[in-house]
Design a protein around this ligand. Sequence first.
Ligand SMILES: [Zn+2]
Length: 261
Amino acid sequence: MQSNRNKKLFKFILLCTFFLFSCENKNTLHKSKPKEINPGVVITFDDTSINEWYQADKILHQYSWKATFCVSKINTLNRSEIKKLFDLQKEGHEIAGHGFHHFDAPKFVTKNGINAYIDQEINPMIALMHFYSFKVTSFAYPFGFRNSITDKALLKKFKIIRGTTYGAEDPFFQNCYFNNSKLVFAIGIDTDHPNFSIPYLLKLLDYTKRKHKILILFGHRPVINVTANYQTKMATLQLICNYVKQHNMTFYRLSDLNNLK
Ligand SMILES: [Zn+2]
């Protein structure tokens, strides 16, 4: 009789302990759950179209947009272009690196080694950008060309590095979203980017909104009327900004992604 009661008591204690532990587990799980992020876009531009970026900002300012300008060949810019870049940074846009010479990184590294790449393509760029007071913490690969050797070396210098991606597959299969990694891939919004189309862009934006993602985009020179390759139509940028505003999404900069990890 006594031992039976003890058994029941023991079972009861065991159950309570189990219950307590499972609550504890739930709490720990809850604590480590990733932060819920507001869906949004990262709009990046590559190369040296400073005057066009500055003009685009005048038009897109009304959307409180934020962009990331990835500058190459900073030593070739004149004083007025540097001043415009500085004004863009002051407005809350990000100025990022895109190479001192705009080298094809894997090709250069195969021929000359990773140390020469960092010495010639990265260090002089960072030094001059710091001299001009640009807070450069992100890097976009010229041509999107990269490999694991260049990634490893660049992640010692930058918080976020950006490659490129192509294709027009279902948005679910695309890799142009932030994926909690310091290496991200952007999809092109220049009119001549392979497979670029407004319906596909809208599909990506819609998926981004529904799945609480951050879509990463890249273009080059914003223009009203497209006359050559590597140009982003202003109408495309207005459509993106309108979409972000209408759906209460967020404009992120490349460096913001590092704080979401
Ligand atoms: Zn480029």
